[in-house]
Design a protein around this ligand. Structure first.
Ligand code: GDP
Length: 423
């Protein structure tokens, strides 16, 4: 087993800050570029940059498909897997264009850490602030700030330090508890995999060392929860509830409750990857057989009977609006949470947040990429958690019922007063 296990991180920053180049260089320094790919890199670097001699263009390793490259844009989230002897990594590489906030949000919701890039010549840009804000909204508490293009500011320590100071202030305001910073130059690999001689004033870790050693246990919800994906009933003699545990663990004999209802039962069998097991933990996909017939179907949550989830139908939440058409209160959307899809109405926009200043502003509607605190009402009760407690049962998306497009992602903050907590 690797000493530090898996680290899932996201890279973010404005377009042209050097994300592709840095990630490519990181893969190269970690020894993760196979021979044939390296040969292609040398060839492509020459073809695309006649003028720069033999310098490799590491962004070519990560810039995705050829077609995209020729259009000069990178789209979608690209998940990349790599490993060193110390750790394995999954990185979500998200383009910096503002219109791709949705991809960024998707990447951030699955990450424990963000590597935020800043161009040393430009300092913090609005996009740096937005991305940091979205990371914090989606629960990321650890950031590596890579001040890139240090070669273009003569590796000047004062420039570096003033960017770091500004960023630390921003991070503190946003509840990001841990910021590691370092000066880098991506194409030449200064402080990426090897300590740079050009930053004698920096004696901290390289980017690779930081990523290998940072303590970032994946977020784990404590209480046993399993949203039911489907009911497996091949014949009269077998009925199993299939799903992926999104919190805690479950063992044979445990008493569970099927929520939002009150039916209780004991766990009779746990089947995992075709074999009977005695217990299962968060992240595992299983089929549970229960000691007696209960009425459970897709969308229900099977939970620890001693520590059930709260149940409610009205909430305050944070919404990140991703729709081309503005959010209008009182319109009905589909809300998907866990395995459940239910009608939802945004009842009111309490305030929207200026992501640059964190100021709270009055709003009647929400436009693309805006963030707001809202109240939301559902057709029926659901079992839920706050996003801070459980990302699966506290995070949701809204879908437009006509276009079928995902128009928002949301984080539940708490249930409103009038909710009936039946437990
Ligand atoms: P992205 O849009 O954030 O992925 O940025 P790219 O990786 O495509 O880099 C944008 C441009 O900046 C490219 O021309 C890179 O070669 C250049 N670049 C990236 N990092 C550095 C750096 O540290 N120093 C210098 N001089 N150029 C850099």
């Amino acid at each position: 087993a690797l000493a530090k296990g898996l680290l899932r991180f996201i890279t973010c920053g404005s377009v042209d800050d050097g994300k592709s180049t840095l990630l490519g260089r990181l893969l190269y320094d970690a020894g993760m570029v196979p021979e044939d790919q390296l040969a292609a890199l040398v060839r492509d670097s020459r073809r695309q940059h006649d003028d720069v001699g033999d310098q490799l263009d590491f962004s070519l390793l990560t810039d995705g498909l050829d077609a995209e490259r020729q259009q000069g844009i990178t789209i979608d989230v690209a998940y990349r897997y790599f490993h060193t002897v110390r750790r394995s990594f999954i990185v979500a590489d998200c383009p910096g264009h503002e219109q791709y906030t949705r991809n960024m949000a998707t990447g951030a919701s699955n990450a424990e850490l963000a590597v935020v890039l800043v161009d040393a010549r430009k300092g913090l840009l609005p996009q740096t602030r937005r991305h940091t804000y979205i990371c914090s909204l989606l629960g990321i508490r650890k950031v590596v700030l890579a001040v890139n293009k240090m070669d273009l500011v003569s590796f000047d320590q004062t420039t570096y330090q003033s960017i770091v100071d500004q960023y630390r202030e921003l991070a503190r305001d946003l509840g990001i508890t841990e910021v590691h910073s370092l000066p880098v130059a991506a194409p030449t690999g200064d402080n990426v995999g090897v300590h740079s001689e050009r930053t004698p004033w920096y004696d901290g870790a390289t980017l690779l060392e930081l990523l290998e050693t940072i303590d970032a246990a994946p977020f784990r919800a404590e209480d046993f929860r399993m949203p039911v994906q489907w009911v497996n009933r091949p014949d009269q003699s077998f009925r199993g509830y299939a799903g992926t545990l999104c919190g805690g663990s479950v063992a044979l004999g445990d008493e569970i409750v099927v929520q939002p209802g009150l039916h209780r039962a004991h766990v009779d069998r746990i089947v995992c990857a075709g074999a009977d097991v005695e217990h299962a933990v968060a992240g595992q996909a299983v089929t549970l057989c229960l000691g007696r017939e209960v009425d459970a179907s897709r969308g229900d949550v099977i939970a620890d009977a001693r520590r059930p989830a709260p149940v409610a139908d009205q909430f305050t939440c944070h919404l990140l609006w991703l729709g081309d058409v503005a959010l209008l209160p009182n319109r009905t959307y589909w809300l998907k949470i866990g395995t459940r899809t239910i009608n939802a109405r945004v009842m009111s926009i309490k305030y929207k947040v200026d992501v640059n200043s964190q100021a709270k502003l009055a709003a009647r509607h929400l436009d693309l990429n805006e963030v707001a605190s809202c109240t939301i009402g559902l057709d029926e009760n659901i079992a839920f958690e706050t996003y801070a407690t459980n990302r699966t049962l506290g995070g949701f998306i809204l879908i437009d019922r006509h276009s079928n497009a995902t128009v928002a992602c949301g984080m539940l903050d708490f249930a409103l007063e009038r909710s009936s907590n039946v437990h």
